[in-house]
Design a protein around this ligand. Structure first.
Ligand SMILES: Cc1cc2nc3c(=O)[nH]c(=O)nc-3n(C[C@H](O)[C@H](O)[C@H](O)COP(=O)(O)OP(=O)(O)OC[C@H]3O[C@@H](n4cnc5c(N)ncnc54)[C@H](O)[C@@H]3O)c2cc1C
Length: 366
C-alpha cells in the first residue's frame, strides 16, 4: 500500500509518516515550504498529561504524553525533551501592595506573583517543537519515507476512490491520502467533503536565556490597559525561552512562508516580557515570530476518514495541543490506514463526519 501525506512538514504529518513507515507502509511526504516552517516550528512545545481530563481529548493526550516520553529512546536526535514544573500566577498591577515584592521564583522580577503549582515533573514536560518535528521527519526518512517538495494542488480520483495527489500539475499515484496541512487544510475542502478549518494567529518572542532559567513553565494573568491577558512562558532545554500572548484573528496568507507577526503585537509582547524578568532583555531576543494554529468549529481536531470517500484521511485542527497530540494522532492514523481500526485511542470524537462540510464555492475566491 502507498500513502501520500500532504503537508508532511508539520508535526502532525511528520508523526503520521513516521508511524506509517514503522509498519512498513510506503510513504511519500509532500511539503510546500520546509519541515517545521509553520506552527510546528514556532510553538512553545509544552506537554501536559492530564490537562484535557473531562474532555474528548483526554485519551489522545494521555497516550501522546506517554509516547513523547518513549520517543527519545527510539529516535535519533536531541529535541530537548524534559519534564518540567508548571505554575500559574499573575503580575501585580499598579496600586497592588505586592507590586514591589520579590517573586517566589528567584529568576522572575518583583511583583510576579506565583499563585499555584499546576503541573509536576510527572505530569508536564516540554520539547523544542522544531527540533522534535525535524527529528521525527528524519526518522521517517531513515526508515525509507520519501520527501517530495511542492504544493498540493488537487486530488486524483476514480469515483469516490483516491488514486493520486496532484503536486503543481503532476500526479503522484497513491492508494491513500492524508491531509495534514494545518490551517491550509481548509483548501482541501475544494477537493473533498471536509468541514472548515480556521487559522488563529499568535505572536511569540524567543529569548536566549542560556542556563539562567530553570524548567518552570508559567501561565500568568497580566493586566494591560484595564484588560487582563494571559501570557505563557516556556523555558526549553536548549537555553531558549518562548513567550506567547495576544492571539488575534487575521487573514491566513495562502503561502505558509508569508506568515509574519503584527509589529504592534510584538512590541506589546516585548514590553510585557520585560516586566516579567530582567532576563528578557532586548539584546537577548533570538526570534520575533507568528504562526497560525489550526482550529475547527467545535474546537476538536479532525482525525479519521474523510466522509463519502475511499482512501482519503484527514488529521488537522489540533489547536493549542498539536505538539502534545501529534505522536498519538500519527500512531492512530497509521493503525486506521493499515488495519481499518485503531487500537490505542478511539478516534470517534474526532470523526470529520460530525461537522457540516464546507461549501466549496466559498473557497472559489481563493
Ligand atoms: C504561539 C503558539 C504556541 C503553541 N504552543 C503549543 C504548545 O506549547 N504545545 C502544543 O501542544 N501545541 C502548541 N501550539 C499548537 C501547535 O503548534 C499546532 O497545533 C501544531 O503545530 C499544528 O501542526 P500541523 O502539522 O497540523 O500544522 P502546521 O505546523 O501548520 O503544518 C502544516 C504544513 O502544511 C504545509 N502545507 C500547507 N499547504 C500545503 C500544500 N498545499 N501543499 C503541501 N504542503 C502544504 C505547510 O507548509 C506546513 O509545513 C502552539 C501554537 C502557536 C501558534
Amino acid at each position: 500500500m502507498r500513502v501520500v501525506v500532504c503537508g508532511g512538514g508539520g508535526v502532525i504529518g511528520a508523526c503520521t509518516a513516521y508511524f506509517l513507515r514503522r509498519r512498513g507502509i510506503d510513504v511519500t511526504v509532500v511539503e510546500r515550504t520546509e519541515v517545521a516552517a509553520a506552527a510546528s516550528g514556532k510553538a512553545g512545545g509544552f506537554l501536559a498529561q492530564d490537562w484535557c481530563s473531562g474532555t474528548p481529548l483526554d485519551a489522545l493526550a494521555r497516550r501522546s504524553f506517554a509516547l513523547h516520553a518513549q520517543l527519545p529512546g527510539e529516535i535519533a536526535g536531541d529535541w530537548g525533551y524534559r519534564p518540567m514544573i508548571a505554575y500559574s500566577g499573575f503580575v501585580a498591577s499598579d496600586g497592588d501592595a505586592r507590586r514591589h515584592a520579590p517573586s517566589a521564583l528567584g529568576w522572575l522580577g518583583d511583583g510576579v506573583v506565583i499563585a499555584q503549582r499546576i503541573g509536576t515533573a510527572k505530569t508536564t514536560a516540554i520539547v523544542h517543537p522544531r527540533k522534535f518535528t525535524s527529528a521525527v521527519m528524519d526518522a521517517a526518512l531513515a526508515l525509507g519515507a520519501g520527501l517530495h517538495p511542492g504544493r498540493v494542488t488537487g486530488i486524483g480520483r476514480d469515483g469516490d476512490r483516491a488514486t493520486g495527489v496532484e503536486v503543481e500539475g503532476s500526479m503522484v499515484e497513491t492508494d491513500a491520502v492524508v491531509i495534514a496541512m494545518g490551517p491550509w487544510s481548509l483548501l482541501a475542502a475544494q477537493w473533498m467533503s471536509l468541514p472548515a478549518v480556521y487559522g488563529q494567529r499568535s505572536p511569540s518572542i524567543v529569548y536566549d536565556t542560556a542556563n539562567d532559567v530553570p524548567a518552570d513553565a508559567l501561565f500568568l494573568e497580566y493586566e494591560e490597559d484595564g484588560n487582563v491577558v494571559s501570557i505563557e512562558v516556556f523555558p526549553r532545554a536548549d537555553g531558549s525561552t518562548h513567550i506567547t500572548a495576544l492571539s488575534d484573528i487575521a487573514p491566513l496568507p495562502l503561502d505558509p512562508a508569508a506568515v509574519t507577526p503584527d509589529v504592534d503585537a510584538i512590541a506589546r509582547l516585548q514590553s510585557m516580557s520585560e516586566r516579567l524578568s530582567p532576563l528578557f532583555r532586548p539584546e537577548k531576543i533570538i526570534a520575533q515570530q507568528a504562526c497560525f494554529r489550526p482550529v475547527t468549529e467545535d474546537g476538536l481536531p479532525l482525525i479519521g476518514k474523510v466522509p463519502r470517500s475511499e482512501g482519503l484521511y484527514v488529521a488537522t485542527g489540533h489547536n493549542v495541543w498539536g505538539i502534545l497530540n501529534a505522536p498519538a494522532t500519527g500512531e492512530a492514523l497509521a493503525e486506521l490506514i493499515a488495519e481499518g481500526a485503531t487500537r490505542e485511542v478511539d478516534l470517534s470524537p474526532f470523526d470529520p463526519a460530525r461537522l457540516t462540510p464546507l461549501d466549496p464555492s466559498l473557497l472559489q475566491a481563493r
